[in-house]
Design a protein around this ligand. Structure first.
Ligand SMILES: Cc1cc2nc3c(=O)[nH]c(=O)nc-3n(C[C@H](O)[C@H](O)[C@H](O)COP(=O)(O)O)c2cc1C
Length: 162
């Protein structure tokens, strides 16, 4: 089942327009600004999804930095946060890894409701109950500035090759 995500509202500041195409072929128009939000000190940004990547839980830090209300994120596909600077192959790697029952680590640039963005270092794990995977959890930590700079270059190269 496809859960449609609404197009973003155009922010009232300088922004660029992008049309994202998701894995299932659906599209979303997003607006991106150059404003970076700092990762909240001393916090972890946590979400859980079902097997299809639909958000089932989000902690307060997740909701706050995203700019959405909790009711706007729960029940939505996690690609609600996808930023156009992220290469598709990063998510393909994530899904392949967790579907195989393994832990995925990676750097992610996420898009907020108002077009700003934030970087995270994410660890995504399968949630296993009685031997069966029932969903996934992502725990995000603050990434170092030097790693963010390296990932900006690496992801731009990966995107150019897609
Ligand atoms: C537990 C979990 C957490 C995820 N967290 C994010 C996230 O923070 N940002 C994001 O863009 N995608 C996240 N994803 C990946 C999305 O499900 C999706 O693959 C990605 O946004 C790209 O969209 P697409 O696969 O439809 O092309 C997460 C997936 C899982 C299973």
């Amino acid at each position: 089942m496809t859960i449609q995500i609404e197009d973003m509202q155009k922010p009232d500041k300088a922004c660029t327009e992008h049309v994202l195409t998701f894995f299932d072929g659906s599209t979303r128009t997003v607006y991106v600004t150059e404003e970076e939000l700092p990762f909240p000190d001393g916090k972890l940004i946590v979400s859980r999804t079902n097997l299809d990547g639909i958000i089932t839980h989000a902690n307060d830090a997740f909701v706050k930095i995203s700019g959405y209300g909790r009711e706007e994120v729960i029940g939505k596909p996690h690609c609600l946060l996808r930023h156009p600077d992220m290469p598709k192959s990063a998510y393909q790697d994530l899904w392949q890894t967790v579907k195989a029952g393994n832990k995925w680590h990676g750097y992610v640039k996420n898009l907020c409701k108002d077009g700003s963005y934030y970087w995270v270092y994410a660890t995504v794990v399968p949630n296993v109950r009685r031997g069966e995977t029932v969903g996934y959890t992502s725990v995000r930590r603050k990434p170092s500035r030097s790693k963010i700079e390296a990932m900006i270059t690496q992801y731009a190269q990966m995107k150019a090759g897609e």
